[in-house]
Design a protein around this ligand. Sequence first.
Ligand code: PBG
Length: 324
Amino acid sequence: MILQRRNRILRQSVAIRSMVAETRLSPDDFIVPLFIDEGTGVKTEIASMPGYYRNSLDYTVAEVKELWSMGLKSVLLFIKCKDELKDNTGKEAWNAGGLMQRSIKAIKDAVPEMLVMTDVALDPYSSYGHDGIVENGQIVNDPTVEALVKMSISHAAAGADFVAPSDMMDGRIGAIRKGLESEGFTNTGIMSYSAKYASCFYGPFRDALDSAPGFGDKKTYQMDYANRTEAVKETLMDIEEGADIVMVKPALSYLDIIRDVKNSVSVPVSAYNISGEYAMIKAAAKMGWINEDKAILETLTSIRRAGADLIATYFAKDAVRLIG
Ligand code: PBG
């Protein structure tokens, strides 16, 4: 054959493949989710997330030091709230002496340059396991937004660099921005979970925090996975209301959404490679059905290729090891 174009020329060696690679992974791009528990010396493996732990604050601080030494620059904090502190108002969420607020301070004291982002939603604090306040079986929007504003201000006061509202109530980004401004927190960023879908893949996370909804599901506030244009609408509204970084969540079943959002906005786009996505890779690898390391790299690269500038992922440390 005499061919004009041979596409395989650019694929024939590691050197040429790495030179022409369009997508690269860097420790700069990862956000590391951390689950924090009360007590000291507590380290509990999450059954549905093998290799991932809920740590007490002492272990968490040690972990953050290690993450920083590996070149990772951002953590996203989640706390496990004690049952006796949960109620329908979620008021433990803005307790200045609460586990989240103490964790933010301890981490910023130990590693001041580490970017500390905090999950803002009521579910870990809610006796109903919902992201909002429940009245007559409904998740009520506006009272919930007031609670989220108090929660965000308390995180900022404790030293959080970014608050990350993951609740999907209407109008919360604008209200949180206004709240932060009025309290003088003009340097606190907002990473909005702007297109967050009602997904079955959050299951292992809800095991980690014991935060599964006690009744019903989250479909009246999180998005319907049948929808695509709605994600752009939600995201553009959040940017208008003051979001600095937007997010698509989950990631893998939503790569098309990540691309749509990336093409529609001029702020950084993050994607959350969530607990169920982690669990699927872990489970298949444990069975010997896929190669875990290769699956991690292919997965994270696909999320970046889809358009995510940043990825929140439980695989961050593995990825740093793998990209060496
Ligand atoms: C809380 C929240 C959830 C996740 C992040 N923040 C769970 C949910 O909405 O039910 C899921 C993260 C994961 O599954 O890894 N609002």
